[in-house]
Design a protein around this ligand. Structure first.
Ligand code: ADP
Length: 402
């Protein structure tokens, strides 16, 4: 019997990322290959690596050959069919940024679901159209393939209402202006890892710091999201590579009314020109800033640490204390310096650092006897999507509906 695979897709404005997981007999998922088509519409390039990081393929294409997500799906599909012709594709799982109020779990895509997801485009106009373009392209090319949508917002639907509100007139809340929260697939994955890696805190109050190019923090109570730092959009909370993090709305009024910035200008400024890049004037890459002697690079790092610590304090207050703090994503997983700076500033919360464990990147980086434990847990959003996709397909086959 041919083995079975699950394909995970993350479609963005100029890139299409995909991961292939093999399903073994016991229904566990094994990453086989991970690839990306980037430079869609500019300098298209396909590169694929195997599970241990070995290069499988690297190829460039003429701009006209891959000018849209649809072209990228066609290209990736042809390449994958050729490469995995012996395997049978069980389903495709997609990362979809917005599930709105109603999608609190992953869902099998049908025309009705797709129509509901189209309705959410105004809530995430920068990301949702690309996610949906990939789904449409597969439906057109391979209508028989089962597709599953997994949402960045879904994990946060356990928030109490108070954490979903803005102090705006009520009709705005009713029409969808809410704190949705993002990075949910990452937090959900971490929540599933806690019982194995850090069982003593899995049922307690935990703050997870997802610190990557995009960055946010989440307050978990017994593995459920209680609050998070991102709100209506992925702009709120801590500063990011090129995004502002929290900003006084009065600044926006000033920029519109006094400086004449348009909506498009603001979008560019807030999403692409701010954060670490805007502050430093040098780079959005934390590695570059940490190595730079420039004062503004150092200031950007200070700012990042300061506002991360401030948000930890805020979330600890919401939780009424914390039992553990988890670092994840590019900066959280790889920078002992940032972890140390954050943890030293959180000493008042009862966490003390084990410097050697932190330098080694051990799973546990707090000292023995620290009242609050600190951890490094690599995230894996693709695996979370693959697990959801497989579970939905299996439930469908057995007739079980959650
Ligand atoms: P995303 O998935 O949101 O694109 P990542 O989670 O990959 O982002 O995180 C990217 C960030 O992680 C970049 O700012 C990068 O500089 C940072 N990073 C990666 N490795 C290190 C490291 N060793 N030290 C400091 N920062 C690092």
């Amino acid at each position: 019997m041919s083995s079975r695979i699950v394909l995970v897709i993350n479609a963005g404005s100029s890139s299409l990322k995909f991961s292939v997981f093999r399903v073994d007999g016991t229904e566990t998922l094994q990453l086989v290959e991970r690839g990306q088509i980037d430079g869609i519409g500019t300098r298209p390039r396909l590169h694929v690596k195997n599970a241990t990081g070995g290069v499988v393929v690297e190829r460039t294409f003429a701009t006209a050959e891959v000018s849209s997500i649809k072209d990228a799906i066609r290209l990736a599909g042809a390449w994958l069919r050729e490469r995995f012709q012996q395997e049978s594709l069980l389903a495709v799982g997609h990362r979809v940024v917005h599930g709105g109020v109603h999608f609190s779990h992953p869902v099998l895509i049908d025309p009705e679901v797709l129509a509901a997801l189209e309705q959410l485009i105004p809530l995430a106009s920068l990301h949702q159209p690309h996610n949906l373009a990939a789904i449409h392209a597969i439906r057109e090319g391979q209508p028989q393939v089962l597709q599953v949508a997994c949402f960045d917002t879904a994990f946060h639907r356990t928030h109490p209402q108070i954490a979903d509100l803005y102090a705006l007139p009520w009709e705005y809340y009713q029409s969808g202006v809410r704190r949705y929260g993002f990075h949910g697939l990452s937090y959900e994955y971490i929540a599933t890892r806690l019982p194995q890696i850090a069982p003593e805190i899995a049922d307690k109050r935990v703050i997870v710091a997802h610190l990557g190019s995009g960055a946010s923090l989440c307050a978990l109570q017994a593995g459920k999201s209680l609050d998070s730092t991102m709100g209506f959009s992925p702009l709120d909370g801590v500063p990011m590579g090129t995004r502002t993090g929290a900003l006084d709305p009065g600044v926006l009024l000033h920029l519109i009314n006094q400086r004449g910035l348009s909506g498009t200008d603001l979008e560019k400024l807030l999403y692409h020109e701010s954060g670490l890049l805007g502050l430093s004037g040098i780079s959005n890459d934390m590695c570059v800033l940490l190595e730079s002697p420039e004062p503004r690079a150092q200031l950007a790092v200070e700012y990042f640490v300061h506002y991360t610590v401030k948000q930890i304090g805020a979330l600890a207050a919401v939780l009424g204390g914390m039992g553990g703090l988890v670092f994840t994503a590019g900066i959280g997983e790889n920078s002992p310096l940032i972890r140390a700076r954050v943890l030293q500033a959180c000493a008042w919360l009862g966490v003390s650092l084990d410097a050697a464990a932190n330098a080694r990147g051990d799973p546990r980086i707090s000292a023995a006897g620290s009242a609050v434990s600190a951890w490094v847990i690599p995230t894996n959003e693709e695996l979370m999507i693959a697990r959801h996709t497989l579970a939905l397909i299996n439930n469908r086959e057995t007739g079980y509906v959650d």
